[in-house]
Every structure is written in structure tokens, then in C-alpha cells.
Design a protein around this ligand. Sequence first.
Ligand SMILES: Cc1ncc(COP(=O)(O)O)c(C=O)c1O
Length: 388
Amino acid sequence: MQFLADYLAQVKADDLYRQTVAYNPVSPAHVQLNGQTCLLLASNNYLGLTHNPAVQQAAADAIWLYGTGAGGARLTTGTFPLVEQLEQELAAFKETEAALVFNTGYMANIGVISALAGPNDVIFSDELNHASIIDGCRLSRAAVVVYRHADMEHLHSLLKATVCHGKRLIISDGVFSMDGDIAPLTTIAQLAQQYNAIIIVDDAHATGVIGPGGKGTAAHFGIADKVQVQIGTLSKALGAEGGFVAGSRELIDYLKNKARSFIFSTALAPGTIAAARAALRELSVRPELVTKLNENALYVRDLLQSANIPVPGGITPIIPVMVESADTAVRLTAELRQQGIILTAIRPPTVPVGTSRLRMTVTAVHEREELAAAVDAISRAVKPLRKT
Ligand SMILES: Cc1ncc(COP(=O)(O)O)c(C=O)c1O
């Protein structure tokens, strides 16, 4: 199979070779690597709930009560009362009639999009949407019209110019996973109304992060009633695993019958479901977690700006430090790792060519002093680039 070696040689030559690194988590904000304790600035565990005692206890209790696996798909034997309770709680959290849990956010996106759109339909998709949205669009076999990132004039002109004999759907990340900016959802909602389009928003990085009580992007803009399909994940701020969609009862019943990634996969394990339920409860009883997260994000953004580090504006805890070339991103993350700071090098195809970056994520459980020290180290690493 020569093609395997050829492909690997090519990605190595392009500085795009990927490999896994085994980090040993010792807290939500720290990992051990080769015996060294490092500061983790690369996790989507925004509220630190993976190590919250109430969440850990709930997962452990559920394992002892119900076992380690679900043993069946949701439509066979995999629907435990626990998951139905979680779905009711998610619906209450999102203030929708109903919600449906998928095994991952990725599976929620591919399942929902391919169930809602078909060959006669047109999907309008932001150019920086997550890979799982892109894959969902491909699976749907709908025509896909890509608009420039967050460019509402472009979206408007494409809506106007595109002939569509079926449904129109507009799909966007709520908070963009690699840029950390927020989709202009109010304008999207106006355009959707004008062109009779369904809105799907993917709140993977918005759930537990933005909006009152961390309720997500539509709540952030106060337009939850205008967004028909809200997707989220349990795997980031909620510290568990799984994806979900929230919307009308009819939408959820339809998806139970149509979304293939929901139908044809074994349900999530009870421990995971229990962890997600406990995390949702923590989110509702400890609103200060979201406040602290947002304060930490602004603190780091201010520090970087004062140090003249090239960071796009914004408010979210996803902070991309732009370094342009893939090899620089890889070199700098290795350098910073030596100093005990973990960031992720983000390169094509995850982001467009020439926009490689160090993706930094801040959490509610980082201490100010460690954040300040990390920004110092990042500034020292990045500044020489700006002089060349
Ligand atoms: C915007 C976005 N949507 C969906 C996903 C997939 O979610 P999950 O990791 O739960 O599969 C991710 C993360 O990987 C993401 O960043």
C-alpha cells in the first residue's frame, strides 16, 4: 500500500503531519507530560467540570447502579430513564419543548443536518463552520452555498441569487471553534425570516460559555424563539461526552425517526449521562462559573493586546494567536511545551492556508498568576516573528 507512505511523506513535507500526544490530566487546568506538570491552555473543558466532585460522584454512582455501558441503541434497549431525564433538563435549559441526546457533537451535526436537508434543498453555510457541519452538509446531498465568514452582505446576496425549489437552511457555528468569534445571529435570523430559511446553530463552544447562564448564542442575542434548531455538545463546558439538539417536540420526534447517527449507534454509557446531568445542575446553581470564565477570557485578551500580540478581537475564551505558517505554529507549540505550557498548533486543513495559529483556551479554573506568566512566555515566543 504505497499510497499510505506517499501520503505520510507529503504531510510531513508540508508540516501538516499529525500525531497524538498522551497527556495525563492532574486537574482541569494541568496535565503531566514526561514527568513535568504543565499548564493546559488547550482544553475545551471551559468550566473545569471534569474534576468537579459532584459530577465525578454522579458518574461513579451511575456506573455502580446501571453498569458501564448502555448495551443497545436508543431505539432498542439503550434508552434508560437517566437519558430521558437529561433530555428534559436540556430542553428546560435551552427553553425549548424537547431535546435529543446524540453520542457526540459530531454525530449530532451529521445526523441533524442530513435528516433535515435533502437533494432538493439548499444549505447556506459559513466558510469557517466546523468539519462536522461540513460533513453533515455533504451527507445530506443538498446543494451547499458557502458564504464568507460572518459576512452578512454576502449571505444576503447568495440567498437572493440562489434558486431553490425545496427548503433553505442557514447553518453556522455559534462561537467559532478556531477563531472564537460569535456568529452574527441576529442578522442571520432577519435574513432567515426574509427568505423563509431554517436556522441551525451549532453551540458546541457556546453552551456553558455565552448567553445568560451559559445558555448559548441564541440566548446571548435574545432570539432563542427565532432559531429552530440548536445543537450543542456535552463534551466541552459540560465536561462529559455527547451531543444534543434542542427544538420543538415535532423536530425531536422527526429526528428520532430520521437521524441515522442517532438510530444506528449504541447509546451513551450511564456514567457519561449522569456526569452531564450533574454538570448541567452545577451550571444552574453556580452561575459564578460562567462569570469567572468570561472574566478570565477578557483578562488574557487584555494582556495579549497590551503585549501587542496579534489576536483577533472578541470576548470568548477561544483566543487564537495568529502566526500564519504551519511550521511556525508547530515550532512555537513545541517551544512552549518545553516551558510547561500546552497550546495547540492549528494548521490546514482545520483552518485556511496562511492562517495557522496557536489556539489558546482559557477556563474558569485558571489562576490569574498562571495566566499572566503564560502570556509572558507566549509574548516572548511570538514577538521575534514580528520583527522578521
Ligand atoms: C463547532 C463544533 N461543533 C461540533 C464539534 C464536535 O463535538 P464533539 O467533540 O462533542 O463531537 C466540535 C468539537 O470538536 C466543534 O468545535
